[in-house]
Ligand binder design. Structure first.
Ligand code: FAD
Length: 399
């Protein structure tokens, strides 16, 4: 069976890899001269700066993405972070389970009350995470750092139900990890697997139309048995004869600042959340795990912040002021400031909004615009890819 895929980001490569390994004839179209979309990197004076992702896989070596990589035979070593993260409060770093101890007596009682409600599942899941936390000032700040870093959203933009599903996955699979060789290693391996399985990747080809009929589909003029779109649901609908979005969906935006430092600022390979910063939600220092991501003697630090207004310059300036305070005694230099919105956002669709990715037996969506609930970043992409893959194999068998 012939499968045509529009877009060669992580989503397109994952589904392409799974189907090519099963004998499907896979052809992927990519508009850019490089593949991997927002999950790859390029060399910048020896620093491996990414097109998007922070070189981190949310559930590390045990999550959905790691399992697909294992299934297709990708040779990627993911090193789990230990600890997952720490929180910088009043100049001191705390582990998650130490945060309770710094609450005042009144807030401790409120926190016990919230935790009990959660345990008994006695909560209104339709409220936002922000509303759930707002009675405890520190909890709201921590929640803001978490949703800003991991979803590029304010906690008031994330339904509590989404956070509960994310927590379930966290308990099942654990916290983040870093792929040795960075994002591009994942992409290179998937490309190798697709090409070795007889698949084709066409670069610098912008798809202009998707036409779906009952028993076949077309990408521009080429006929396929199955069509899969890895571009945003919004853009897919614009170029497609089928209308599947029944509501307006918005992307999530963010700003990433790449920093070089010899001394380093973080001791571990996880995330340093910064609840007290004006804009920066957290930072990581991936060279603690993989030294090859920076020139010898240097660390690569990336800060991330959710984009809270359309005034990009002001948002960047506030981020830079945070960085100046965070690095007060440490020499550093800014390598590159990257902002993500509109056509190249952090997520095509905000987390918490789930779009059905099986539009028909001939037509599917993959990528971060069509993530199932609870799927955080690339883990959500992998969850969506598995759903599509299982549907196709059940319907058509292996080729
Ligand atoms: P994309 O990567 O956007 O791929 C889609 C591809 O389709 C692109 O290559 C595009 O050029 C191509 N395309 C578009 N239109 C056409 C067309 N008409 N014809 C042909 N090709 C087309 N996730 C994590 O898990 N961990 C992180 O640490 C992390 N950090 C992030 C930090 C930032 C700053 C950003 C921006 C994102 C981060 N993410 C992270 C999210 C993650 O990078 C993305 O969710 C993921 O890379 C999206 O993959 P995708 O396949 O859905 O889309």
């Amino acid at each position: 069976m012939k499968v045509g895929i529009v877009g060669c980001g992580l989503g397109g490569l994952l589904i392409g890899g799974l189907l090519a390994k099963d004998g499907f004839s896979v052809k992927i179209y990519e508009q850019l001269p490089f593949i991997g979309g927002r999950f790859t990197h390029f060399d910048y004076d020896g620093f491996k700066l990414t097109t998007g992702a922070l070189h981190m896989i949310p559930h590390g070596s045990r999550g959905y993405l790691a399992n697909i990589l294992k299934k297709v035979g990708a040779n990627v070593n993911i090193v789990d972070s230990n600890p997952d993260g720490t929180f910088l409060i009043n100049g001191k770093e705390y582990l998650y389970n130490e945060l309770f101890s710094i609450l005042n007596a009144k807030d401790k009682l409120k926190a016990i009350n919230l935790a009990t409600k959660l345990k008994l599942k006695n909560v209104n899941k339709n409220i936002s995470f922000g509303e759930f936390l707002e009675d405890i000032d520190l909890a709201l700040k921590i929640g803001r750092a978490f949703t800003g870093w991991s979803l590029s959203l304010s906690p008031y933009d994330v339904p509590l139900s989404e956070i509960l599903n994310i927590m379930d996955n966290y308990h099942k699979f654990g916290g983040p990890g870093i792929p040795i060789g960075g994002c591009k290693k994942v992409i290179d391996e998937l490309e190798r697997i697709i090409l070795n399985s007889g698949g084709e990747i066409v670069k610098e080809y912008e798809v202009k139309s998707i036409e779906i009929e009952e028993d076949k589909g077309y990408i521009d003029d080429e006929e396929f048995d199955i069509v899969i779109s890895n571009i945003s649901p919004q853009k897919t609908q614009e170029i497609c004869n089928i209308k599947f979005l029944n509501k307006d969906v918005e992307p999530a935006g963010g700003i990433k600042i790449n920093i070089a430092t010899k001394k380093g600022i973080i001791k571990h390979g996880g995330v340093l959340f910064t609840p007290e910063c004006e804009r920066v939600n957290g930072l990581n220092q991936v060279t603690n795990v993989d030294k090859s991501l920076a020139p010898e003697g240097w660390h690569l630090v990336m800060t991330h912040q959710a984009l809270l207004s359309k005034n990009i310059k002001k948002e960047i300036d506030l981020g830079l002021e945070d960085i100046e305070r965070l690095f007060k005694d440490i020499d550093y230099k800014i390598l590159l400031i990257q902002s993500y919105f509109d056509g190249w956002p952090v997520n095509y669709v905000k987390s918490g909004i789930s779009i059905n990715n099986i539009i028909s037996d001939r037509f599917y969506l993959v990528g971060d615009g069509a993530k199932p609930s609870g799927g955080i970043e690339v883990e959500g992409i992998a969850m969506g890819v598995l759903k599509v893959y299982n549907h196709i194999v059940k319907k058509y068998g292996k080729n």
